[in-house]
Design a protein around this ligand. Structure first.
Ligand code: FES
Length: 121
């Protein structure tokens, strides 16, 4: 897990259908996760990109949500977590994701290194 250029976390948190917080699972998160897997495989990016399902990424109102970041650009671990979060400019959150967004997102961010602004939250 240490050699990847990018890590992709797709929130697949599931809550009860009546839960007012909602959840990414009910917004098609599994389809989004599968779409990332397909795009990464088709472009043979497996050696550069790790993809994982994750729990809640604290943006539930924007489901389905994914986080992409570059682990090698992480800020020094000796900084307090609150400060690390504030300056974590290499973390990009995407929301309201649909199946149709993923090919463009992979091409833009994971191939060309340009975060896809229209899907960022
Ligand atoms: S349930 Fe996906 S961000 Fe909270």
């Amino acid at each position: 897990m240490n050699s990847a250029k990018y890590r992709v976390f797709v929130c697949t948190k599931q809550r009860d259908a009546n839960d007012p917080e909602g959840c990414c699972h009910n917004c098609g998160a599994l389809e989004i996760y599968e779409a990332f897997q397909e795009e990464i495989s088709q472009r043979q990016l497996e050696h550069q990109v790790e993809i994982r399902r994750s729990g809640c990424l604290d943006n539930c109102e924007a489901g389905a949500v994914a986080l992409i970041y570059q682990p090698k650009l992480h800020e020094p671990s000796w900084l307090p977590t609150k400060i690390q979060k504030k300056i974590a400019s290499n973390k990009h959150y995407y929301g309201h994701l649909k199946r149709a967004d993923i090919a463009e997102l992979v091409e833009s961010h994971l191939v060309n290194g340009q975060p896809l602004k229209r899907c960022k939250i």
